[in-house]
Design a protein around this ligand. Structure first.
Ligand code: EPZ
Length: 417
């Protein structure tokens, strides 16, 4: 396994280019399964989860190629089975259910286990697909779905605005017979990116980005070329990096319009953020003060930025309260930040963060993707050396983060543990 070794206390300065969005790229790659003909994606980030997805697409019968940020997928000979040894490493594999059922009338996907941040069931996906005529059985840890003929359009109210559930149903509804109405749909920008891609392939979709999405099924989707949106969570992470190191960064291709809740909270803390012609400029501004953050579905504060802003709050003046409402166990970074001198107390899904004058470097353990990012941010600001271990978690969602950070002044290197 590998770790990142960080010598903290250096303000970052320079320009960072934001990569394509992991959470847009994954559903888009699975959406290629619903398309009859070759598809080309550009601005694809080089991430572990992307490679895992391409491997899974190949097992499902696709041909794939990935070169210099461009991915080509052709679904020449689709087969319906997604094996456990791949699915267990990436929960997003469940996103092949919708397109396989729509295209083949059959899908056999290993039931994704839980993960560090929560049980993360897929009951809302299955219930919605059943409303469209799919029938599911659970056999040997696999979900086996079938439907007689085409999926049928349906009126589908989601109990919760599930991102993955909305994405699965968009891909299923695009090829279903008749009209589908998704009510209480997720409004995340990555869902909008998926809907826009499907529309570019000939799907008839309206309302993406709102809670009510209408889809008129078509017979066939034709391949096209599509550029993946920039990663708003990576961008938010680098906004925090500029602030926590008291440096100044210019972020190129930064989707500030999709980071309103994050930018507003950072500004409330005293961070200075300005959109310029060359990108988004960010620096600490005044002394940082603690704020209260509650994670919510988009356009609320994103749960994927909770760990990162908490690292920043550790060094703010005063106290801040963080409420995590999306996942049941997304505070794994808290004890690790505590090892670096942070003062955080937990009560269920609420964390009270009392600002301290400084953090000290220590060996810490990454547990999930965004917790890892939080520990890197803390290490950049801490006095001394921080070893962030098990950074395979980090590689799932950040494209060689040590290269990007090193290029703007961080002293950071990857080592074998
Ligand atoms: C997506 O996960 C993202 N992953 C997550 O990002 C992100 O944290 C999450 O949306 C929320 O924004 C990708 O896009 C690949 P959900 P997803 O379905 O689709 C419960 C990261 O760090 N739920 O909106 O799994 C679920 O347990 C990752 O990049 C059900 O109960 O999120 C969770 O508590 C982490 N039943 C909540 O809803 C279901 O059928 C949100 O889940 C589905 C979800």
């Amino acid at each position: 396994m590998e770790k990142l070794v960080i010598e903290g206390g250096r303000p970052l300065a320079g320009t960072v280019r934001i990569s394509g969005s992991k959470n847009a790229a994954l559903p888009l790659l699975f959406a290629a399964l619903a398309v009859d003909g070759p598809v080309t994606f550009t601005n694809v980030p080089r991430l572990r989860d992307i490679h895992t997805t391409l491997k899974l697409l190949e097992i499902l019968g696709c041909t794939t190629a990935f070169d210099q940020g461009t991915v080509r997928v052709d679904t020449v000979g689709l087969t319906p089975e997604a094996p456990y040894d791949l699915v267990k490493t990436m929960r997003a594999s469940v996103l092949c259910l919708g397109p396989l059922l729509a295209r083949l009338g059959e899908a056999r996907v290993a039931l994704p286990g839980g993960c560090a941040i929560g049980a993360r069931p897929v009951d809302l996906h299955l219930k919605a697909l059943e409303a469209m005529g799919a029938v599911f059985e659970l056999e040997d840890g696999y979900i086996r779905g079938t439907c007689q003929g085409r999926l049928r359009g349906a009126h589908i109210p989601f109990d919760f605005p599930t991102v993955g559930g909305t994405e699965n149903l968009l891909m299923a509804a695009a090829l279903a017979e008749g009209e589908t109405l998704l009510v209480n749909a997720a409004r995340e920008p990555e869902v909008v990116d998926l809907a826009n891609f499907l529309a570019a392939c000939g799907a008839k979709i309206s309302g993406q980005g709102t809670s009510i999405i209408r889809v008129e099924g078509v017979e066939r989707l034709a391949g096209c070329a599509y550029r993946i949106m920039p990663d708003r969570i990576e961008a938010g992470t680098f906004l925090c990096a500029a602030a926590i190191t008291d440096g100044e960064l210019l972020l190129e291709d930064c989707p500030l319009g999709e980071l309103e809740a994050v930018a507003s909270k950072l500004r409330e803390m005293g961070v200075w953020i300005e959109e310029t012609a060359g990108g988004v400029l960010c620096r600490r501004g005044t002394e940082l003060v603690g704020v209260n953050v509650t994670t919510l579905p988009f356009p609320g504060f994103p749960t994927d930025m909770q760990a990162q802003i908490m690292a920043l709050m550790c060094l703010a003046k005063g106290t801040g309260v963080v409420k995590e409402t999306i996942f049941e166990n997304r505070f794994m970074h808290v004890p690790e930040l505590g090892r670096m001198g942070a003062r955080i107390s937990l009560d269920g899904r609420t964390a009270v963060v009392r600002g301290v004058a400084g953090l000290t470097g220590a060996p810490v353990m990454a547990s999930d993707l965004r917790a890892s990012a939080s520990l890197v941010l803390a290490g950049l600001a801490a006095r001394g050396t921080t070893h962030v271990q098990r950074i395979y978690h980090l590689d799932r969602g950040y494209e060689r983060i040590e290269n990007k950070l090193g290029a703007v002044g961080a002293v950071i290197r990857r080592e074998r543990e």
